[in-house]
Write a protein that binds this ligand. Structure first.
Ligand SMILES: CC(C)(COP(=O)(O)OP(=O)(O)OC[C@H]1O[C@@H](n2cnc3c(N)ncnc32)[C@H](O)[C@@H]1OP(=O)(O)O)[C@@H](O)C(=O)NCCC(=O)NCCS
Length: 214
């Protein structure tokens, strides 16, 4: 599946919807493995992306407060080890989020544990540049990978797990159409206390950009 991944574009359609992001229209192109949005381009993350700035994000407790990666110090070595999981994988993908205007790497988004029988996967996202939080980049990046997951990889359902205090993440996911499927009580140790974790799920037919923008 990975090798057949296609270039998918989510571009702004005519008129803005209530989200302010604009009605999204999905367009396929057949070459490469690039997912192109209005402000972002997603491409596979490589070891060359593991820069000092990237390590800085991983070692910034504000960025990784709700992420497992924040539990230990990241080095070139730990990140390279983490990335081996994605090399040639047909079930786990990691994309670098590139700001189309500046060409700068601003974060990553993953599609993990693709299950061929259940047609499911889970997703996670990190924007390392804190100055870019709250500007709709998570919404756009998730829109692109979800369109890819549903339309190109043929998945039926994508899930995410989010610490209950991660309001930004919950809002972005709900806006994309995710539904809360359950709460894992006091599942994750964050800042000295055990926090609930919300499990959300999205079926392909519930995905807002595909529903509204085609
Ligand atoms: C969580 C994260 C992915 C959100 O990305 P983002 O680009 O800021 O998200 P978006 O701008 O697309 O959407 C965020 C939503 O939260 C809202 N928001 C922004 N700042 C907020 C705040 N301080 N409190 C509550 N909501 C806030 C936004 O307004 C938006 O909702 P709206 O469109 O209804 O107004 C990003 O902050 C991040 O990478 N954090 C660190 C890593 C992380 O926690 N990843 C998530 C793991 S599941």
């Amino acid at each position: 599946m990975a090798r057949q991944a296609r270039r998918v574009s989510l571009v702004q359609g005519r008129g803005k919807d209530a989200t302010g992001v604009g009605e999204l229209r999905v367009r396929r192109r057949l070459r490469g493995r690039l997912l192109v949005g209005s402000r972002l381009c997603l491409r596979p993350l490589t070891e060359a992306d593991v820069t000092k700035e990237y390590l800085g994000w991983l070692n910034d407790s504000e960025v990784t407060r709700f992420l497992e990666v924040g539990r230990q110090r990241s080095t070139h070595q730990t990140v390279r080890r983490y990335l081996t999981r994605f090399h040639g994988s047909r079930t786990d993908f990691i994309f670098a989020m590139i700001d189309r205007k500046t060409g700068r790497h601003i974060g990553n988004v993953t599609v993990n544990r693709i299950h061929r029988v259940d047609c499911t996967a889970d997703t996670g996202l990190m924007i390392g540049r804190k100055d870019l939080w709250g500007k709709g980049y998570a919404y756009e990046a998730w829109s692109l990978v979800l369109a890819h997951a549903f339309r190109d990889l043929g998945l039926r359902k994508v899930v995410a797990t989010v610490v209950v205090d991660n309001v930004r993440s919950l809002r972005a996911l709900k806006k994309l159409g995710f539904h809360v499927e359950g709460v894992l009580r006091q599942e994750r140790f964050v800042n000295g206390t055990y926090k609930d974790v919300v499990r959300l799920g999205l079926f392909s037919h519930e995905f807002e950009p595909l529903r509204g923008g085609r």
